[in-house]
Design a protein around this ligand. Sequence first.
Ligand code: ACO
Length: 401
Amino acid sequence: INIKTLRAATNGVITIDPGYKNTGSCESAITFLDGEKGILRYRGYAIEELAEKADFLEVAYALIFGDLPNKEQLAKFHADIREHSLVDDDVRKILEAFPKNAHPMGVLSSLTSALTAFNPVSVNIESREDMYKAIVRIMGKFPVLVGWTMRKSKGMHLNYGKKSLGYVENIMYLMFKQPNEDFKMNPIIKNALDKLLILHADHEQNCSTSTVRIVGSSHAGLFASLSAGISALWGPLHGGANQAVLEMLEAIKADGGDTKKYMAKAKDKNDPFRLMGFGHRVYKNFDPRAKIIKSAADEVLNDLGVDDPILDIARSLEQEALNDPYFVDRKLYPNVDFYSGIIYRAMGIPVEMFTVMFALGRLPGWIAQWKEMRLKKEPIGRPRQVYTGANERPFVECENR
Ligand code: ACO
């Protein structure tokens, strides 16, 4: 549809679609999603195949540049990321100023925005080189910010990455390496983390991605746009769901493990409680990522020999929901974050870092969407409204009100 023709034909009529449930905001060639059939593809590649065969950096490359990289392209991408992974020492000072118990998502959003001050070159989108530099810079620096954010909250010393490590191993190194300790990453954890990051890497025009695109549409820089995306991801109805799921499972366990009681609360319209990790705006069949994550959770817990009672509670809730008309009628199935927290916990990642792990995974998706939006020279995002306030009325002086 030619939008100018549509605008002329509708004579300025404004459509109201709260939550944009039926409104497309752009054309995109990055991620295909069929919510009815449960299909998800990045750049045409099935999510199941990517999760099985690719590593996260390959997927990041495909999302950002359009195709899976060959060996040379991948090696260059990784080398360039490594080269740009230093973070200005003054960023540490900003980090130091945060209270120890600040939520890591707030800290990460602030530090990502602060990067703009230390890397002020604005991206000339006509220059491929400029665009590429901005991308490898943030791909390199973001894991460092993540590591620092966690270390600060735990009172650990701040470190830098290790050049000989792969991208995903380096993330764990940045988060967990202790001084005078040999760092070895368990291959089971490496494999599971690769999978988790791949599954979170893009999901078309979700809340945080739309935020990145709309902020970027004003030609604010990449880092500022990403910082806004991180804030959008923080909320419990979006990325914050993974933390909320685990807290919910813990609360059910502490309350005696009575899952039926919580199912009843979730169905009670007078109770604000929702079953976290259930439901999705687009998937009305099943979330294909949840299937992969569920089996990854089983694998990781088995391989690591973890016997987590939380997993039994999760399984009960899932089974009960699958047989409950309330959930069946509304097509409410476990989403990607129902099981991810259980895996993160088994990896030793603190619960308040779960949404940060989601942000690490979503970073290439946000970058790809921002790049696509800028290269297509999309106009500034500026929705309209239908005004429902007071009609014109006279001003009344303060003393007469
Ligand atoms: N528990 C109980 N009831 C629910 C749930 C839930 N988790 N989710 C939806 N419903 C009910 C709603 O009350 C509503 O019922 P009604 O038709 O009787 O009014 C119906 O299902 C439709 O729900 P909406 O809120 O209209 O669906 P929407 O598409 O706006 O919201 C959302 C989707 C936000 C994901 C919602 O399902 C939810 O809050 N889930 C829990 C939070 C969560 O897991 N978020 C993560 C999403 S995935 C991600 O971002 C990675």
